[in-house]
Design a protein around this ligand. Structure first.
Ligand SMILES: [Zn+2]
Length: 218
């Protein structure tokens, strides 16, 4: 994968907004951006659109900085919120306009088929937007997603940050949980079952446990 590939501006804008919301002052946000080498966004937030705004390597470094400066619980909360807002943004941007899906959904017999169709579309879009391969397939009643050259654990895999635990990729877990709940109308658990931090492979593997979930908290 090309580390200089430019990612759409909404990727950094959503991180910017969530870190701003989770930290007590603008100085705090500025420090996080500076540590990630993204000082250029310290005074003016990047636009919430598709214009090229940061490289994949910069995105990986920003995720690494969040691991570095916040504790595991705080970092996980930031990643989960980034992912949830990231999915909401895609539904608003037209990439996943619900109306566009409704007719296709109506033609399908089951929620399971709806989710398979939506996940195919979504993983194609993520492969296009981010440049790394996202491979999605069924495994019995469940689904598997393999994210190659996963950016969410890249700084830990490089050894720049100590691994807090064996499966660290919270952004895709929360992103796909949100997406699947959106398409099926019910929560289903997503777990990272194998992470590059500990698997010695070039992909992280996620499993969607169909009809397994905890109740949504109000
Ligand atoms: Zn991972």
């Amino acid at each position: 994968m090309n580390p200089d590939r430019q990612l759409p501006s909404y990727v950094i804008r959503i991180c910017y907004d969530i870190i701003a919301e989770e930290t007590p002052s603008h100085e705090s946000l500025q420090r996080v951006l500076a540590l990630a080498g993204l000082e250029r966004y310290a005074s003016s937030p990047p636009p919430l659109n598709d214009t090229p705004a940061l490289t994949m390597r910069e995105y990986e470094r920003l995720i690494g900085v969040v691991w570095h400066v916040f504790d595991n619980v705080q970092a996980r909360e930031i990643f989960r919120r980034v992912a949830q807002r990231g999915f909401t943004n895609l539904t608003r941007s037209g990439v996943l306009a619900y109306g566009q899906f409704l007719r296709a959904f109506d033609a399908l017999g089951t929620k399971h088929e709806r989710v398979a169709m939506m996940m195919n579309r979504l993983t194609q879009e993520l492969t296009r937007a981010l440049g790394n391969k996202h491979e999605f397939y069924r495994q019995g009643e469940d689904f598997i997603l393999d994210i190659y050259d996963c950016p969410y654990c890249a700084e830990i895999v490089r050894g720049n940050i100590a691994a807090p635990y064996a499966n660290v990729c919270h952004i895709p877990v929360a992103f796909y949980e949100t997406a699947i709940a959106w398409a099926s109308g019910a929560p289903h658990t997503v777990q990272e079952i194998s992470c590059r931090v500990s698997n010695q492979q070039n992909y992280c593997r996620f499993k969607i446990f169909w009809n397994v979930a905890v109740k949504l908290k109000p």
